[in-house]
Write a protein that binds this ligand. Sequence first.
Ligand SMILES: [Fe+2]
Length: 167
Amino acid sequence: MKHTQNNRESPPPQIELRESPALIRAIATAYADEVAAITDYTYGQLLFEKWLPNISNILEAISRAEMHHYLALGRLLRDLGACPALRVTVANTPYRLNEDADSHAPVLAQRVLKNRIRDEKNAALQYKRLAENAVSERARSLLSSLAEDEQDHAAVLESIVERLEFS
Ligand SMILES: [Fe+2]
């Protein structure tokens, strides 16, 4: 095909951000995992809303923080030339509050929060690894800050579990 004058004057669009296909795939997985985290926290918020409103509020705040993670990773994927559309199945672990919810809620909360702490620590570790493998400053700094956020979430939840254990 012959190049027209117009083609010669319009260079192909620059992709400003480059990362390896393996890293982009791992970011896409983390992006989907954020949806699971958002819904897990929202589920916890709903579960404890009536019996432990303070804990429910904290779970809501973390759910909103995970929403920010989701958005930030979506922007990163978009700017890396990947499509931030999702096709996922979310499966929250169902919990049941006994009839004596007043006394059962704090016990159940410890179980739920311990599961969240485990997931947060895994997420922090995963983001740290991804940050180490990123070549662009933007991806590295976002992934590092997500690792710190997830570590902070784990610390907040650990302090709640401690308080519940001693109450
Ligand atoms: Fe997150």
